[in-house]
Design a protein around this ligand. Structure first.
Ligand SMILES: Cc1cc2nc3c(=O)[nH]c(=O)nc-3n(C[C@H](O)[C@H](O)[C@H](O)COP(=O)(O)OP(=O)(O)OC[C@H]3O[C@@H](n4cnc5c(N)ncnc54)[C@H](O)[C@@H]3O)c2cc1C
Length: 466
């Protein structure tokens, strides 16, 4: 039987795997990607119908690192970075019966009804508050300590619902928000840290990290499709089931069942896994239970995303990025994004497209709700929250259920990261990547892919020398 031989086998054709493989091939390193699904993209998928472009996974990312801008530049003209319109900058938080803007000026901060007066005054003292060094502290505890309860309820809790679909009482700052954690550790305060960061000299490359909200022109799956085109379809194996990877002398052997139900084999020098924590034990059966359990234990929040489109919204204006909902407000929605306000061509002219996020750690039971139940919920919330007339019905509605959407970087993260380190040091040329570490956002995934490709290049250079 024929088998494939390659330098690197990348497992998973999501954004991490495709970025890693793209970089490796650019560096001249023979790479094959293997994926169990029938198509590339992983969590990224854009759906086009009736003039709408809806995302079933991520809608937007942030250009947090130069690697994001560099990746898009390298993929041109097959895919184009699109940053959100300036008019969509406003970010909203639900309180009472409507969304309120997050203040962006001193006057706005004084006038906002989101935070209490004692907390508004308390925040002025944040730069002088004692630093605490506790890498196991929850985001909720850190926020109460430095900013006050109303900032937890009406800023941090909804923010974490939007990013992690998670709970601030269980997410750990040093793992879930490492940049914020470092501000306190390195500068003693968020405010002082932010000022110091703003004053840092930035190289031309640093400036590529604009911190702007991004998508790809025409939908995010043009990014993963462009990556696949550059990698070359002949180097991507789809529909691979029962994949198992085992050490094979100084190399690795991967076996799988192909679409025609034939057993196939791949030999390689290096393996990069980008799969979720729940797949690692089956994929690498040689790893001991002691080592693998802290990785398998990584919990993922479920998310139901509902894309809701209107052909026309009359004179209603939605000039914002979207709105997030604090848990304390007891609504069945985590947040609503306004993709058609951010990006071109996401809906018919005069219409609007919204992305409702439901479930998460707050309402996990919504994953089991029927389509009819979800549609009823959406119809009610469209009118109550977006204040569209009851007579106006969406012309487009798609429900996307994700049982393992977002990994929760909680208290067991220390053990998980230690286990990954142990396994990687026990087995040469095995990289356990993906969102089990290094961040959950698309920018984190791109940066990780670039970093791993460079590391593999260094390892190859090193082994060629010795
Ligand atoms: C609903 C939702 C909303 C999100 N919103 C945002 C957002 O607004 N901004 C943002 O930056 N990020 C967001 N994210 C996160 C973002 O989607 C991810 O960071 C990114 O897409 C993950 O890419 P990945 O390649 O690491 O993982 P994945 O996309 O999960 O790719 C892993 C791949 O591995 C494959 N695989 C798994 N097991 C095996 C196996 N045994 N054999 C072969 N293949 C296997 C899977 O099929 C999959 O294709 C969101 C995610 C979801 C689900």
């Amino acid at each position: 039987m024929e088998h494939i031989e390659t330098d690197v086998l990348v497992i998973g054709a999501g954004l991490t795997g495709l970025t890693t493989a793209f970089q490796l091939r650019k560096l001249g390193i023979k790479t094959v990607v293997i994926e169990r699904n029938a198509e590339v993209g992983g969590q990224i998928k854009s759906h086009r119908a009736a003039g709408f472009i809806a995302e079933s996974g991520p809608n937007t990312g942030v250009v947090s690192y130069p690697e994001v801008a560099e990746l898009f530049a390298a993929l041109a003209p097959n895919c184009t970075l699109e940053t959100a319109r300036d008019e969509s900058k406003d970010r909203l938080i639900w309180k009472g019966t409507k969304f309120h803007s997050i203040p962006s000026s001193l006057l706005g901060a004084i006038k906002t009804p989101l935070f209490t007066w004692p907390d508004k005054i308390r925040v002025l003292a944040e730069p002088f508050r004692r630093k605490v060094s506790d890498p196991t502290e929850s985001v909720a505890s850190m926020t109460r300590r430095r900013l006050g309860k109303s900032f937890l309820n009406y800023a941090v809790d909804p923010f974490l619902a939007g990013v992690y679909a998670g709970n601030p009482e269980t997410l750990i700052t040093s793992y879930a928000l490492p940049k914020l954690y470092r501000l306190e550790q390195e500068h003693g305060s968020f405010v002082r840290g932010a000022i110091a960061k703003a004053r840092e000299t930035r190289t031309e490359r640093d400036k590529l990290a604009t911190k702007k909200v991004f998508s790809a022109q025409g939908g995010l799956d043009t990014l993963t499709a462009a990556l696949a085109t550059h990698i070359g379809e002949e180097h991507i194996v789809l529909n691979a089931s029962q994949l198992r990877v085992m050490p094979h002398g100084k190399k690795w052997v991967a076996t799988y069942t192909d679409a025609a139900q034939n057993e196939q084999t791949i030999y390689c020098h290096t393996v990069v896994s980008t799969v979720g924590g729940y797949s690692i034990a089956d994929l690498f059966p040689f790893i001991s239970a002691v080592d693998v359990t802290p990785i398998s234990n990584l919990e993922y929040a479920s998310v139901v995303q509902v894309s809701v489109g209107f052909d026309s919204v009359g004179s209603a204006k939605f000039n914002a990025f979207g709105g997030l909902v604090p848990g304390i407000e007891n609504r069945p929605v985590l947040g609503i994004l306004y993709p058609s306000s951010c990006f071109e061509g996401r809906c018919p002219k005069g219409g609007a497209l919204f992305s409702f996020f439901l479930g998460g750690k707050r309402n996990p039971e919504l994953l089991q709700a029927t389509d009819d139940e979800i549609k009823e919920l959406i119809n009610t919330q469209v009118h109550q929250m977006l204040h569209l007339p009851v007579t106006l019905k969406p012309s487009f509605i798609r429900i996307f259920r994700h049982s393992a959407a977002i990994p929760q970087y909680e208290i067991n993260s220390k053990e998980r990261l230690a286990a990954i380190k142990n396994i990687e040091s026990d087995y040469n040329n095995l990289h356990l990547a993906g969102n089990i570490r290094d961040g959950i956002g698309m920018a984190d995934r791109i940066k990780q892919g670039v970093t791993i490709a460079r590391k593999i290049q260094d390892n190859i250079k090193h082994s060629n020398r010795s």
